[in-house]
Design a protein around this ligand. Structure first.
Ligand code: PEP
Ligand code: MN
Length: 328
């Protein structure tokens, strides 16, 4: 939106009125007049209200660069589970990597009992080192689906490359797009054409606007819905694996009314911080959590240090009593 001040209007008084309404503005000069550009992350205010401010001449609306994201319903359905600001927070949990059918059999039962709705686990793993475990691939997808079906759970799993998209779309209720791939627009397009809902992780150095635009790519190319996942951005501090950006969670949920899931496992990289970070996530407006859980974290093939034991997940859920999370 661009607000133009009257020739004889007081720009400072107009700016004060705009800021008081929760708008973030940038002052511009052009054509001998003062204008205020309203930043897209501002609170939603009707242009009629702004025209009524003393000293305002006109209000021109600028088109949003992500109209399909803006038009998403406030509650999204994924395989019958409701996700969004008016729904009960959702719980997605499971191991970082799918390791074996036995591993899943051991973990899926306690997860289902705790009220987890989505079983997570990677069949194709984006690892920083080419020598680290890369995932069991297609056979792991079948193990994941079988374990989920046995306990009536939904499946969320990552599609890492275009050649795996068909196989992943076949088993996943929700297709995960990993942080490293948020900017891979060709992959976003091939995943989106499957017409399934996607869980779009934020790139490690992506601005919120780039994240929203990646969501727009998915919706434009056919994704049924986009759920945004904050998993931490790169920071200067090695104390944690990443820096969970709760401001972005509040921005996307409060200003843009988007469903946002928080992944404190990859955010912190250490299990002792999962409970306080989960609490903070829900307080900031998250519509749910994505948590890594492993029955034997010390033997995990990836991300063991950040995995909760099922008993620790139970404890987290009970500490979040009243939030509606899981069986709390
Ligand atoms: C994961 O969920 O296991 C994963 C690899 O996440 P990210 O893309 O956020 O690093
Ligand atoms: Mn992981």
């Amino acid at each position: 939106m661009i607000i133009t001040v009257k020739q004889n209007g007081d720009p400072q008084a107009v700016e004060r009125e705009l800021v008081a309404r929760g708008l973030w503005v940038q002052k511009l000069e052009g054509g001998g007049r003062i204008h205020f550009l309203v930043e897209s992350h501002s609170r939603e205010v009707a242009s009629d209200e702004l025209v009524g401010i003393d000293g305002v001449d006109s209000v021109a609306t600028k088109k949003s660069p992500h109209p399909r994201v803006d038009a998403q319903p406030r509650v999204i359905q994924v395989g019958g589970v409701q996700i969004g600001e008016a729904a009960k927070p959702v719980l997605m949990a499971g191991p970082c990597s799918v390791e074996s059918p036995e591993q899943l059999a051991e973990i899926a039962d306690p997860l289902a009992k705790l009220g987890v709705q989505f079983l997570r686990g990677g069949a194709f793993k984006p690892r920083s080192s080419p020598y680290s475990f890369q995932g069991h691939g297609a056979k792991a997808l079948a193990w994941l689906r079988a374990a989920a079906d046995r306990y009536r759970l939904k499946v969320v799993t990552e599609a890492m490359a275009a050649e795996h998209v068909d196989a992943v779309a076949e088993v996943a209720d929700l297709i995960q797009i990993g942080s490293r791939n948020m900017h891979n627009y060709a992959l976003l397009r091939s995943i989106a054409t499957k017409g399934k809902p996607v869980l779009l992780k934020r790139g490690i150095a992506a601005t919120t606007e780039e994240w929203l635009l990646a969501g727009e790519y998915c919706l434009l190319h056919g994704a049924a819905a986009v759920i945004f996942c904050e998993r931490g951005i790169r920071s200067f501090d090695p104390a944690m694996r990443n820096l969970l950006d709760f401001g972005a969670v509040a921005l996307l949920s409060t200003v843009y009314h988007q469903p946002v899931i928080v992944d404190p496992s990859h955010g912190a990289g250490r299990r002792d911080l999962i409970i306080p970070l989960s609490r903070t996530a829900l307080a900031a407006g998250a519509s749910g959590l994505l948590l890594e859980v492993h029955a034997h974290p010390g033997e995990a093939l990836s991300d063991g240090p950040q995995a909760l034991l099922p008993t620790e997940l139970a404890q987290s859920i009970s500490l979040l009593k009243g939030s509606g999370l899981g069986n709390a």
